[in-house]
Each structure stands twice: as C-alpha cells, then as structure tokens.
Design a protein around this ligand. Structure first.
Ligand SMILES: NC(=O)c1ccc[n+]([C@@H]2O[C@H](COP(=O)([O-])OP(=O)(O)OC[C@H]3O[C@@H](n4cnc5c(N)ncnc54)[C@H](O)[C@@H]3O)[C@@H](O)[C@H]2O)c1
Length: 262
C-alpha cells in the first residue's frame, strides 16, 4: 500500500492467516485479498488441491507468501495437523477465515440422515472445531487474533430451498456471538460475514434461472455479488487496527437483500 494511513489502518503485514475452504470461490478470493493486504496465507483445502495450488501461485506472482495444508474440516485432528504445519513454518496464526460450505435443495420431507449430517458437519461442526483449534492457539500464544466465519443471508430468515444449510448458518451466527463473548477477555475477536448470492460451486445447482429472477427481484441492487466484493469486509475485520472494537457482529454483504421487503 502506498498511503501510510491506509497501510497503518488496514495493512496486514507481518500477520499470518489460515483460510479453511480457501480453495473455493469465495474463500479463494478472500485468501488472495488478505495476501494483497500483506498477510502470509495458508490455504487449507479438503479436496481442491489444484485450486489451492493455483491460489498460492497467484499470491506468489505478486510477491506474497502462501502455503497449502490438507484437512477435512469435519475432523478435528486434521485441523490440528494443519495448524501445527502453519505454526511450525510461520510461528503463529493471527487470522482464521472459516469458508467451508456444502448445500442442497432437497425438499424437507425427503432429507435423509446422511445428507443432514454431511451439511451440519461441514458447515457447523467443522467451523466450530476450526474456531476451537485456532482459537486455542491464539489464546495460548497470546495472539490478538481475528476469526471470521462465513455465515449466509439464509441464517436469520427461512430462505426457501436450503433448509439444512440455513439451519447450519443460524448455528454459525450463534456460535460466532458466543465465542466473541467468551474470547474477548483474551483479545480474540470473532465475527461473521453474511454474503448474499454469489455464484460458486456449492450453489451451482440452486441458482436456476427461475431462482435468479426471484433473487434479483428481492435484491435492491438487482444482481449477484462478485467474489471480490466481499474482500473489503474481510480485510476490515482481519485488521486489529481497523476493527479493534468490533466483535460478535454478523456483517451483511448482500446488495441490500436483508434490508428488503415488499
Ligand atoms: N456463494 C454464495 O452465494 C454464498 C452465500 C452465503 C454464504 N456462502 C458461504 O461462503 C463459503 C464459501 O463457499 P463458496 O460459495 O465459495 O462455495 P465453494 O463451493 O466454491 O467453496 C466451498 C469450499 O468448502 C470446501 N469444503 C467442502 N467440504 C469441506 C470439508 N469437509 N473440509 C474442508 N473444506 C470443505 C470446498 O472444498 C470448497 O473449497 C461457504 O461457507 C458458503 O456457505 C456462500
């Protein structure tokens, strides 16, 4: 950054960020943005090895530092291992972004136990254990950390077609506020960003033409978001200077979707 005021306020130089689900569309964009703002970034992926490597390449191309670590977010020991790999390389983790997510449009009466468990386990259980593993590290190492979870506009009102997903995200909101309250005493801030509708992998099947029309009709800006439009919120929340008094918030980035009614 060229402007010293902006650098001091939003710059992340010297910080280490871990992005769980960093191989995905939104997690990948946030990982790049944190690196652009100066952080060293670890991309934690489950299956997207190539996508994770591609993001590392893009970060290195502008002189940033990045590594990958493999972990199934549902398995606590995997997350511990990824955290240990990052700490052994860079000594600490200051920022955790929690971006794993899976979704489904199965009608309520047809949802199986298997599907319910998969969605709740990736979106809620996995996010919690990532908060626990990296939060414990921050607390033990006395890092003034920032944890940012991906919520969703489905988390506070019953958005059609995404029943289990919406419930998992409602849990993410409550968990975020709970951890914010518990960990403020250690200087660890916990917030969430609540995106509106952004075309990605997990929602490809959901964003049909019919649904697009109703989403646009219910969004004051009448369009989808683009991944980069989330970056400012993440950089702000990641920076201890820019958002030093902000914890327990759920920030909508949704083109006005949650402000809209008829
Ligand atoms: N795209 C949107 O419109 C939208 C809206 C609101 C919230 N979100 C949330 O944003 C986050 C990122 O999703 P996205 O839209 O970029 O989708 P995406 O499908 O591109 O990314 C999801 C990521 O989750 C990872 N993942 C899935 N299962 C995992 C597991 N077991 N362990 C670790 N990682 C796992 C995938 O590998 C992928 O990298 C998710 O939490 C999603 O719920 C997205």
């Amino acid at each position: 950054m060229e402007n010293k005021y902006l650098e001091d306020t939003f710059g992340l130089k010297g910080k280490v960020a871990a992005v769980v689900g960093g191989s995905g569309v939104l997690g990948g964009s946030v990982a790049l943005a944190l690196a652009r703002a100066g952080a060293r970034v670890a991309i934690i992926y489950n299956r997207g090895k190539e996508a994770a490597a591609e993001i590392v390449k893009q970060i290195e191309a502008f002189g940033g530092e990045a590594i990958t670590a493999q972990a199934d977010g549902r398995v606590k020991s995997n997350l511990e291992k990824a955290k240990d790999e990052i700490v052994s390389k860079w000594k600490r983790v200051d920022i955790l972004v929690n971006a794993p997510g899976v979704n489904s449009t199965t009608p309520i009466l047809e949802i199986t136990e298997e599907e319910w468990e998969k969605i709740i386990s990736v979106n809620l259980k996995g996010m919690f254990f990532a908060c626990q593993v990296f939060g414990k590290h921050m607390i033990d190492a006395k890092v003034k950390g920032s944890i940012i979870n991906f919520s969703s506009v489905s988390s506070e009102i019953p958005l059609s077609k995404v029943f289990t997903y919406a419930i998992s995200k409602a849990g993410v909101n409550n968990m975020t506020r709970f951890l914010a309250r518990e960990w403020a005493q250690y200087g660890v801030r916990v917030n969430a960003v609540m995106p509106g509708f952004f075309p990605a992998e997990q929602n490809q099947k959901i964003l049909t033409e019919e649904r697009r029309k109703s989403i646009f009709a219910h969004t004051p800006m009448a369009r989808y978001g683009e991944a980069e439009e989330l970056n400012g919120a993440f950089i702000w929340l990641a920076s201890n200077n820019a958002s030093s008094f902000v914890t327990g918030t759920i920030i909508p980035v949704d083109g006005g979707f949650t402000a809209m009614t008829i």
